[in-house]
Design a protein around this ligand. Structure first.
Ligand SMILES: [Zn+2]
Length: 160
């Protein structure tokens, strides 16, 4: 299956995928709005406020999905207005989420850099300690040599 079903005639839209089995889920194109389907189905209740149902093509109707992309309205116009509000809301949410992700990423990068610097510092101080020890050893060796050079020969000293 790829793309939308091509069976329905002009003016109609099938929400099922190309090459699907079974009957078409066709809707009059007048009730299509972007990636949304609006369906006229008068309810057996006195109010006409819910006669039109609408839902997004990717609507996940599972109770735990928190998918807000469906609803009811009194007319096609009202349904379209509601859809506009939902899409604006979702767009704003996505932008806010992206902003937060970028901020978190920046923080993480900074933290990583700090850790890198800390590692480099630790390595540096290790090297410094090693160098200081070597320098100390060298000092000690030089001092010992100087003492050897300056001190009169043991034998001569014993003769005095
Ligand atoms: Zn179809």
């Amino acid at each position: 299956m790829s793309g939308a079903c091509t069976i329905p005639p002009a003016g109609w839209y099938c929400s099922r995928g190309d090459g699907h089995e079974g009957p078409c889920a066709a809707t009059c194109s007048a009730y299509r709005y972007g990636k949304w389907t609006i369906d006229f189905g008068p309810k057996p209740i006195p109010t006409r406020k819910f006669d039109y149902s609408f839902w997004h093509d990717d609507y996940d109707g599972a109770p735990d999905s928190f998918d807000n992309r469906a609803g009811t309205a009194a007319s096609v116009e009202e349904a379209k207005a509601e859809i506009d509000i939902i899409e604006d809301m979702d767009r704003d949410l996505t932008e806010a989420e992206n902003g937060q992700v970028e901020q978190a990423l920046d923080k993480f990068k900074l933290l990583f850099r700090v850790q890198e610097l800390e590692r480099a510092l630790t390595e540096c101080s290790k090297q410094l300690r090693r160098a200081a020890k070597l320098a100390g050893n060298a000092d000690w060796a030089i001092n010992a040599m100087m003492e050897q050079l300056e001190a009169p020969p043991a034998k001569a000293r014993g003769d005095v």
